[in-house]
Design a protein around this ligand. Structure first.
Ligand code: SAH
Length: 229
């Protein structure tokens, strides 16, 4: 094989490519685990292996960089149109892009602190008082299987009439009508839905009251499994 690269350059390039592959494979494996268990399982996973979390985030960044627009930027724009006095809770904040982009007070929750602003906790149990926030945000973070419990927690901390913003991967929704109906049962009226992007849906809800008892059927989301590239 005729190659202009010297031998050592070639093996370095090969090693880099192998590492990249391995990183991709581990990201996909972690991602699959996050989507197939409860939020408590995810908390346990990352507590046991914080390095896995760093790796997950590198993989996540690489994925969303391919998108024409980052969903979190849509939520930033939304908040900038509303009073800066609104208190926000960001469930699964990642690198705190939201908190650093708006003037509002933002409570940042995630499993591992990517920045010092993060309060480490499972989003099913956040350290906030009942009815203490105006806006709750889930931006690509409704990953766990105990969705009803997680959204119930958002309902608990939201003031009556408060806003719930959900940005999720479009292909995860099996039946958007059934999903919105289930949200109504959980005490969330649909205010607006932007389904125009083929990458993600942006849903805005208002809290109408506490969740009604019983299982909210239709709340299911498909796992978001990334393809090998
Ligand atoms: N909202 C950010 C990050 C999205 S990635 C953005 O849009 O850029 C999804 C985030 O949810 C990850 O940081 C992940 O660690 C977090 N997450 C997943 N399950 C969680 C849980 N049970 N409790 C808290 N955070 C969780």
């Amino acid at each position: 094989e005729a190659s202009p690269q010297p031998r050592s350059g070639r093996s370095a390039a090969l090693r880099a490519r192998m590492e990249e592959r391995l990183l991709g494979a581990r990201f996909r494996y972690l991602n699959q685990q996050l989507y197939s268990g409860s939020s408590r399982d995810a908390a346990r996973l990352f507590r046991a292996d914080p390095a896995a979390f760093q790796l997950y985030h590198r993989g996540f960044e690489r994925q969303v960089q391919r998108w024409p627009e980052r969903p979190v930027q849509r939520i930033v724009r939304y908040l900038r149109r509303r009073p800066a006095s609104l208190v926000v809770a960001d469930f699964g904040c990642g690198d705190c892009t939201l908190a650093t982009s708006v003037r509002n007070q933002v409570h940042c929750f995630d499993l591992v602190p990517l920045t010092p602003q993060v309060t480490v906790c499972d989003m099913a149990e956040v350290p906030l008082a009942d009815e203490s926030v105006d806006v709750a945000v889930f931006c690509l973070s409704l990953m766990a299987t105990n969705l009803q419990e997680i959204l119930g927690e958002a309902n608990r901390v939201l003031k009556l009439g408060g806003t719930l913003m959900v940005a999720e991967v479009a292909s995860r929704f099996e039946d958007i009508r059934a999903f919105l109906k289930a949200m109504a049962q959980l005490g969330f009226r649909t205010v607006s839905k932007d389904l125009s992007s083929s990458y993600f849906y942006l849903l805005e809800f208002a809290k109408t009251g506490p969740a009604r008892a019983g299982t909210a059927h239709g709340l299911r989301l498909r796992p978001c499994l990334y393809k090998r590239r």
